[in-house]
Design a protein around this ligand. Sequence first.
Ligand code: DOR
Ligand code: ZN
Length: 350
Amino acid sequence: MSATAPTTLTLRRPDDWHLHLRDGNMLKAVAGETARDFARAIVMPNLVPPVVRGEQAAAYAARIRAALPEGAAFTPLMTLYLTEETDPADLRAAAEANIVQAVKLYPAGATTNSASGVRDFAKVRKVLETMAEIGLPLCVHGEVTDPEVDIFDREAVFIDTILDPLRRDLPELKVVLEHITTRDAVEYVRAGDDNLGATITVQHLIINRNHILVGGIKPHYYCLPVAKREEHRVAVRAAAVSGEKRFFFGSDSAPHLDPAKESACGCAGCFSSTIALAAVTEVFEQDGALDRLEAFMSLNGPAFYGLPANEERITLVKGEAQAHPGKIATPDGMLTIFDPGFPLHWRVEG
Ligand code: DOR
Ligand code: ZN
């Protein structure tokens, strides 16, 4: 550390533009972990059953507010799960009533709880047209599900065969390519226009596929899209620390209880909310980019969504290495927190 390296950092309170909060006991266990550091989060709708109608999103938002710790100032930004049956009128009404801020596209079968997702894009054309008309963003899980396509190629193939044709067909539609993992995605988003953005998770800044597979399978590093080769991690990380407006933080923090992860058929998802801000700050510091942290965490996301940046400021303070918090005990079992594999030094003051 040079003598001039900052040890405090003040930025607008950040937001998380892609988050899984689940429901019931899990929601109660994790809601406060996000609300501690983040002002708002785009909340994913892949509950069982999924959140498909405006009234379900409103009810889920109320459950999230009820699960927050006393005094937490946190606003859930709700999404609808796009199905081939989604009613454009219901979606329009939910957006106009400010109940939902985005719609989530899961290609059917792509990931956890995605069975009700889209198989035939012609069947959702009307809904997408409505969204383009009213400026409601589409959050995209960008992986093809074709069993012939290698899992490490599924994002790149999705961009070529589904996303690019969709954006050419409906250029006015605002699209967030979620949790990008490849150089291909970085290059595609950079080459796009202002209707295209991308979220980047904690884990995809830090791990590559070796972290999952070398020396034994590490189920807590397994998520979808799965981490790729090192060259892709480097490209994704360079995009995040660049501060470029198209790239913003979305943790994709996705809690599953330990037995569901540590299993012969383990679930996809890394639970990172607890350490997300500290880990991303550490990454930006490692890359000499602390001056761009606010763009990635607090400015680029709201600008894309057409929302004001948070007025409140937080101060991050650098101190001694903190012990990794390990696990959270929920009434239903233990939940492992993503381990970045390096010590964390930054915490929010106060
Ligand atoms: O790893 C993931 N977990 N990727 C997803 O797309 C879904 C998520 C979940 O809901 O667990
Ligand atoms: Zn997700």
